[in-house]
Design a protein around this ligand. Structure first.
Ligand code: GAP
Length: 497
């Protein structure tokens, strides 16, 4: 992760927000390459999810909505995470990410150890327990640890569990609920009547506008409403770079189905669609898995939720949640707004409130997954046969921030430069292209490898003196071949969709 974070800063993918003021935890800026990459993720999703489907329409709703939306959705009362404070260090932890275990030696409890959730929480706790036993000079056999998180701690245990900040027990509080919505005020008054919230998800925009879309959009069940936009959550512990931040971007789609439809089959179809889409933007199948939320942990209205998980360097974590939410959301809005949400079914001549399947994913989490999966360090041979290190981001052409780099072989040959500039001008009307004439050609290739550019084209003497062909150099194979301009445009047309 450290290597990736450093690369992101060095090459202008991601910066800490407000860095010149010391940064602000949980907020990030996307630099020139990051903004391009992010736009490509959004565009691919929008094209595949909205434009190329006949049954999904796209909308864009406001970030601040009527506060009653969030009462109806249940966010005002229940969008909380369990919070634990350390009274000494003033650190705050999410109770479900703070793990502990009793240290038991020869059947007798002798103390407690704690650790924050990581890729190897169990290993860390075991190491802590062994070290505890050594420090206290306790003889005997350490028994296997029973891991629990702080939401499962008994009242008597809380004072005995050490704080991860100080290593000492006695300073942790019992977990309490913390609402993650960012609150603001609308208008000149700052009293209870002006309270509003930055949306914590984009989904409610689709539910609140459901009737508007039905009445104006010529849509017929089953159909989906999709949107991409910023969401805000006052996360207790933003962490793992852009994986969990306080301002992030979501791509969500609400797929409305008949109340009698086979929701499980539809749910499965959307899980498959999401997985295929992730593969289409270059994520390797080996890093993807599915996690079915156990029935007893689902919200009462939910029929089933499956997460597509991704193997990040810090552990296997949720990338995309696909939930079958029944008719809960529309019914809640009907109840709170007084506006009926039922639609008329021509086939049965009956009115009913549709049910919904919701695939919800974060742009930033996809961004991070692409970086993690794409990053590679390799040993290669240069022109003289010497071994050198090459850093490469193996982005799929669809999402690579720069599609083609145009490189005149020599910058002091006006005929090469003129020809390269002409090609660059033509390419950039359609694609994100980069022009680079400085440095040895090998060095220029390496710079493009490091930002994931799939192709470099070099304009050399053969281009200007012979047949106009250019050298196409492929990032992953590093192979070179001659290609005409027409073939180049045909290649790009085929690969970039
Ligand atoms: N409408 C349902 C919903 O918002 P969620 O599981 O809370 O469900 C959906 O969020 C997706 O949004 C997650 O799978 C994740 O990709 C992304 N996401 C959620 N919280 C995030 C955060 N704090 N930072 C970055 N991405 C986040």
């Amino acid at each position: 992760m450290e290597t990736l974070v450093a690369l992101c800063k060095r090459r202008g993918f991601i910066f800490q927000s407000s860095e010149i003021y010391g940064g602000i935890n949980g907020f990030f800026d996307y630099g020139p390459l990051g903004a391009e990459l992010k736009k490509n993720i959004r565009d691919c999703w929008w094209n595949d999810m909205v434009r190329r489907r006949d049954d999904v329409v796209g909308i864009e709703t406001s970030i601040i909505m009527h506060p009653k939306v969030w009462e109806a959705s249940g966010h005002v009362a229940g969008f909380t995470d369990p919070l634990v404070d350390c009274r000494v260090s003033k650190q705050r932890y999410r109770a479900d990410q703070l793990f502990f275990a009793q240290v038991v030696v020869d059947g007798k409890g002798v103390g407690y150890v704690s650790a924050l959730e990581s890729g190897d929480t169990a290993g860390e706790l075991t190491a802590a327990a062994e070290s505890y036993k050594r420090k206290k000079a306790i003889q005997g056999k350490l028994e296997p640890l029973q891991l629990r998180d702080m939401t499962e701690a008994l009242p008597d245990e809380i004072a005995l569990i050490p704080s991860p900040a100080t290593g000492e027990p006695g300073s942790l509080t019992a977990p309490r609920s913390f609402n993650m919505m960012f609150q603001t005020n609308v208008g000149a008054m700052t009293d209870a009547s002006s309270v509003a919230y930055l949306r914590p998800e984009t989904a409610q925009g689709m539910f609140a506008d459901f009737k508007n879309v039905v009445d104006t959009g010529r849509v017929k069940l089953p159909f989906g409403i999709a949107q991409i936009g910023k969401s805000f959550r006052n996360e207790i512990t933003p962490r793992n770079f852009i994986f969990r931040s306080r301002e992030f971007e979501q791509m969500e789609m609400e797929y409305f189905i008949h109340e009698d439809a086979d929701w499980a089959a539809c749910h499965r179809q959307w899980i498959n669609w999401c997985k295929d889409w992730l593969l289409s933007i270059g994520l390797p199948e080996s890093h993807l898995s599915e996690y079915n939320h156990p029935k007893e942990k689902l919200a009462f209205y939910s029929r089933g939720t499956t997460d597509i998980m991704f193997k990040y360097p810090f552990g296997v974590q949720e990338l995309w949640g696909i939930a079958a939410r029944g008719d809960y959301d529309l019914r809640q809005h009907e109840k709170h707004s007084g506006v009926p949400q039922a639609i008329f079914d021509e086939a049965t001549k009956k009115k009913f409130v549709p049910h919904v399947i919701e695939p919800a994913v974060g742009v930033d989490r996809i961004f991070l997954a692409l970086l993690c999966a794409g990053y590679a360090e390799e040993e290669v041979r240069d022109d003289k046969g010497n071994v050198e290190k090459r850093t490469v981001l193996r982005f799929s052409p669809r999402i690579a921030p720069v599609k083609v780099a145009v490189l005149p072989l020599l910058k002091n040959k006006p005929e090469l430069v003129a020809r390269a500039e002409a090609l660059y001008g033509k390419l950039k009307r359609k694609y994100a292209v980069f022009y680079d004439e400085s440095g040895a050609i090998g060095r220029r290739y390496r710079r493009q490898d490091e930002i994931g550019t799939p192709w470099c084209v070099t304009i050399d003497f053969e281009t200007v003196e012979k047949d106009g062909t250019v050298t196409l150099r492929e990032r992953d194979s590093m192979q070179q071949r001659r290609i005409s301009e027409d073939e180049l445009f045909a290649l790009l047309e085929e690969k970039l969709f």
